[in-house]
Design a protein. Sequence first.
Length: 141
Amino acid sequence: MCFSVRRAARAVTQAYDRTLAPSGLRATQLTLLVALARVGTVPFARLASALGMDRTTFTRNVAPLKRDGLLTMRRGPDRRVKLVAITTSGRKALARAIPLWERAQRRITTGLGAGHWDSLRREIERITALADINPREGTRP
């Protein structure tokens, strides 16, 4: 199961990345900008957790966005907290990328057939929830 899910995830990510290439964004970066556009300024660790990314992966995805001026990072009121926010340039990049994302999304969902994406999405959420349970304690990590 692990191999099959990872292989599917890589294939889908590559398909989105190819379609998004003209925007200069990768699928993971687009997801991050969409999240920031929705929630505004947010602590770095909270956003990483909400997106299901470990800090190393999150940092790797944030670095080029920060370098290109698409997001900012600053210290929060507590010096240990870093706050992340989308910039005006980030919103413009997002606006350019959304139509490309929609094209990739249509391609995959149409290929799956009517209604199948909703069913698959529910199954993916179920698998994610099952994988998040600590078998020894019956709780999430």
